[in-house]
Design a protein around this ligand. Structure first.
Ligand SMILES: [Fe+2]
Length: 323
């Protein structure tokens, strides 16, 4: 006889089936670019709306034309990475300057707006978790101004530095980022999340890791972090492993990833979803130039991985090797 308790036994199979049916990769020719109040042009990458079974997070792309600004709004926490262009953001009335390769943290509820100050369009990648916030009953989007051309009335406070008034780092330009080479022990091993990784994964599991958010005390977020740019190859098969949810976005290079025995080719602009908790995967950088992959994870993983590691361990299944 069915009852609530019996139904709980069916949840595991239901989750496995939802994961099996969901998308694992999305390609530039599949993106649905639209104009929103916030962005001149925006498209979802890995998101529930585009057919992925996420833990409530999503990744997306946006464009700010020359001479334009985004809308001004607030919502939950967001992480951003500038793919191209130059400009600044006003976050809770403080100005933060950036250029391509910069990573930004928008704290939960901060009122923010981005300005293109260069002579090319700005392209940015961002990650946020509105569906997770909805599950927690804290989803709250507020719009204060729509996107448009920058006019002379725009208040542009002077730049201070990369930290807000509370001493939190909100911007890290790529030239200031720490680089960890393969074989080096990662200094991040200092909290429950990183301690729940196998020891092999602490020693630079990529050719080079350009460290963004989550690694060091002065650039840590809670709900969403763009943690690294992974640089691999050319011509290398990465480590085979399995872990909880991560999202990847290819900045440069050619190759493919085997996710649960299925092959997904990639090139610049491809986004991948490693669902977890035990999704076996391996990246192959096959091109002539090193691949660059942007890695995003969500705070829900940092919460669940350490407490669930006995049942759903992080699996290390083999070393990287040249192709
Ligand atoms: Fe991975």
């Amino acid at each position: 006889m069915s009852n609530f308790y019996e139904d709980w036994f069916a949840l595991e199979g239901k989750a496995i089936e939802e994961k099996r049916r969901a998308k694992k990769a999305i390609y530039p020719n599949e993106l649905q670019w639209i104009r929103t109040r916030q962005d001149f042009k925006a498209a979802l990458l890995v998101a529930p709306e585009t057919g992925f079974r996420t833990l409530g997070g999503l990744t997306m792309l946006s464009e700010i034309p020359e001479g334009w600004k985004t809308g001004k709004h607030s919502h939950g926490e967001e992480a951003m990475y500038i793919l191209k262009g130059k400009g600044f953001s006003i976050i809770d009335e403080q100005r933060f300057d950036w250029e391509d390769g910069a990573c930004l943290r928008i704290p939960f509820g901060a009122i923010h707006q981005h300005f293109n100050q260069g002579d090319t369009p700005v392209h940015y990648f961002s990650a946020l978790a509105p569906h997770l916030e909805f599950s927690c009953l804290v989803a709250k989007f507020q719009q204060f101004e729509d996107c448009g051309e920058i006019d002379s009335t725009t208040n542009q406070p002077a730049r201070i530095n990369d930290y807000d008034k509370q001493g939190r780092r909100l911007v890290l330009n790529r030239k200031d980022a720490t680089i960890v080479q393969r074989g080096e022990v990662d200094e991040r091993v200092q909290d429950a999340f990183w301690e729940s990784h196998p020891s092999e994964m602490h020693k630079g599991n990529h050719g080079k890791m350009i460290k963004m958010m989550g690694s060091y005390d002065d650039f840590v977020a809670e709900e969403v972090e763009i943690t690294d740019v992974f640089v691999d190859g050319p011509k290398v098969a990465g480590q085979k492993h399995a872990h909880m949810e991560a999202m990847l976005y290819i900045i440069d290079g050619e190759g493919y990833t085997i996710i649960d025995e299925e092959k997904f080719p990639w090139s610049p602009g491809t986004a991948l979803h490693i669902q977890g908790p035990q999704t076996v995967h391996q990246h192959f950088a096959t091109g002539e130039v090193p691949s660059q992959m942007l890695r995003t994870h969500f705070g829900i993983r940092k919460y669940i991985q350490p407490i669930a590691q006995k049942t759903f361990p992080y699996l290390y299944l083999g070393e990287a090797r040249p192709l």
